[in-house]
Design a protein around this ligand. Structure first.
Ligand SMILES: *Cc1c(COP(=O)(O)O)cnc(C)c1O
Length: 368
């Protein structure tokens, strides 16, 4: 059986160092926002090439807190608009709503699955304050085009980098391509903790200060509250874990790229659309997404041959009950992605033999 993502196997590679890290935290007697968090924040800021990194409780909160910080600073007001891709994971959209702002959904590019920059300008109104590109599946969005539009209309650019730790765009890492970025360290992400975790990265000192305070009840100084904050902090155990795994992130991402190359070279089934890889560094293959009009039959064929696959995602956000206020809208490209997408196993714990097996089974699939 080839699992989609065997977290036990992935973390087994780090077991001795993780055990040391956890023991160190237990013995420290300090469990929230201490030396481990400081050390990881510095290491992750350096990794991304950013001045500041602030740990948060998870990726959704990282996004929300950036927006709350802009509201506290008066950059955004209740009801202002944020442009976001319609085919993202629902968290990006929920963060905008939670911050009292209005998501404006934009179709993605049908080849890259990231926001279609050529459609952004037509969505800009007097109330637009930000664009939130999502580096979906691990592929960096068209940031030059997005930043050019943002510059022209004085908009903030907030990267949702939850799926793309380490992806590069024009020699810069994601997390350092806009005004601020949010990461998730959910266990299955390319950089995954042993529980929930997230971070904000930015080069903006004032924003960093506000984000740090808002995640801690709006407080810079104990019992002095200057913002209406929330409680969303990275804890010492997760930071210690992430410090260990960050050291190997580039090696892990390289392995994901190797597997992706094997898929791209090996899969010959003509009814399947493969991801584009014109620029290798730009993709860290959090998800190896293929598109097939016969997705259900293909998934069943793979399952019968012992290969687990997932769908990212079966229902687009504007078709979710939770977002029924968007249900009258139509996004044909988004809907097609959700109807045809299938995610193949693609993670550092896979062997070459397993990758070959997946290729053979896909190539043996008889299309109608
Ligand atoms: C995982 C993810 C998030 C949310 O991260 P959590 O840590 O689960 O809150 C946000 N956006 C995208 C695109 C994601 O994949």
């Amino acid at each position: 059986m080839i699992k989609y993502c065997d977290l036990k196997e992935i973390n087994r590679a780090y077991e001795p160092q993780l055990t040391d890290a956890v023991t160190r935290v237990i013995h420290s007697g300090w469990y929230i926002r201490g030396n481990e968090v400081d050390g990881f924040e510095k290491a992750f800021a350096d990794y991304c090439g950013c001045k500041y990194c602030i740990g948060t409780g998870n990726g959704l909160d990282a996004l929300t807190i950036i927006l709350l910080a802009y509201r506290e600073k008066g950059v955004m007001k209740h009801g202002d608009e944020v442009i976001v891709p319609a085919n993202t994971y629902i968290a990006s959209i929920l963060s905008i709503i939670q911050a009292g702002l209005k998501p404006v959904l934009c179709e993605p590019d049908a080849r890259t699955y990231t926001i279609d920059a050529t459609r952004i300008e037509s969505l800009i109104t007097e109330r637009t304050r930000a664009i939130m590109p999502v580096h979906l599946y691990g592929y960096a969005a068209d940031m030059n085009e997005i930043n050019t539009i943002a510059g022209k209309y004085y908009l903030k650019v907030i990267e949702d980098a939850a799926q793309a730790h380490g992806a590069m765009y024009c020699n810069k890492k994601v997390g350092n391509l806009g005004d601020a970025a949010a990461f998730s360290f959910y266990p299955g992400k390319n950089l995954g903790a042993l529980g929930d975790g997230g971070a904000v990265t930015t080069n903006d000192h004032d924003l960093a200060e506000a984000v740090k305070a808002i995640g801690n009840y709006g407080s810079h100084k104990k019992y002095i509250n200057i913002y209406k904050g929330v409680n969303s902090r990275l804890d010492e155990l997760q930071a210690a874990t992430l410090k260990v795994k960050l050291q190997n992130l580039d090696v892990d991402n390289l392995r994901r790229n190797e597997i992706a190359q094997q898929y791209l070279n090996g899969i010959k089934n003509t009814g399947i659309r493969l991801p584009i890889t014109n620029d290798k560094e730009r993709h860290v293959f959090h998800i190896f997404a293929i598109m097939s009009k016969e997705r259900e039959a293909l998934q069943e064929h793979l399952a019968q041959n012992g290969i687990e696959t997932l769908i990212h995602y079966p229902v687009p956000p504007h078709r979710q009950e939770a977002l029924r206020e968007f249900s009258h809208l139509s996004f044909p490209i988004t809907e097609e992605i959700h109807e045809t997408e299938l995610s193949l196993p693609c993670n550092p714990s896979m062997s070459d033999n397993e990758v070959q097996k997946v290729i053979e089974v896909i190539n043996s699939f008889k299309q109608k």
